[in-house]
Ligand binder design. Structure first.
Ligand SMILES: [Zn+2]
Ligand SMILES: [Zn+2]
Length: 200
């Protein structure tokens, strides 16, 4: 694996700036790779990792950069929980590690570098230099990953019986009608109240 400096340089270019979130994300992902024994997540080991991220912020880009897990490869899964946390699953060993940034790390940044202003600079310095266990809590976990969640999953596309749009990866719901017939509906038609868009 590349050095922290090399990875931060790449994260800076990919993300557009080098913020505290980039440093935290790079450190989080490198810690996970190290604990999982994955040395080349973007090279020889590129098919081993699936990553669940729990926030859509700066650190998420850095996690994607280090691990090579991308939404478009289905190796990056987003759970909108607003937490600076991610779970790294090694498909080769069937082990998974959840890493969360400790709330105490901000306090520690202030205590360790009281002379550094502004607080963004203080955080950047702290996130570079604090020990892994000062920044993160890591926990071995189990993640059930059904076959349709796997990056290379190939499944039949279903056409929604109501809107006619194609639905991949089993993301449809079966609805039994009064006459007993079963209709396959996309999520948007099955639960319009959960739709994120409304027609104008
Ligand atoms: Zn940023
Ligand atoms: Zn539909």
């Amino acid at each position: 694996m590349e050095s922290l400096d090399e990875l931060l340089q790449q994260a800076d270019v990919a993300h557009g700036h080098l913020c505290a979130g980039q440093i935290l994300g790079v450190r989080m992902a490198t810690l996970a790779c190290r604990m999982l024994g994955i040395e080349q997540p973007r090279g020889a080991d590129r098919k081993r990792l699936v990553c669940f991220v729990e926030i859509d912020r700066c650190a998420t880009d850095a996690i994607g950069l280090v691990t090579g897990c991308r939404l478009g490869r289905r190796a990056l899964k987003f759970r909108d929980w607003g937490k600076m946390a991610a779970t790294f699953i090694d498909l080769a060993s069937n082990r998974a590690l959840r890493v969360v940034a400790l709330e105490s790390s901000r306090e520690l940044a202030r205590a360790r570098f009281p002379q550094v202003e502004p607080s963004s600079a203080q955080q950047k310095l702290a996130y570079r230099s604090l020990a892994d266990d000062e920044l993160f809590a890591a926990q071995w976990v189990r993640v059930e990953l059904p076959s349709e969640e796997m990056p290379g999953y190939k499944g039949a596309r279903v056409q929604c019986a109501q809107c006619g749009e194609g639905v991949n990866f089993g993301r449809y719901q079966a609805h039994r009608q009064a006459d007993g017939a079963v209709r396959l509906l996309c999520r948007s038609c099955a639960q319009p109240e959960l739709r994120y868009w409304q027609p104008l």
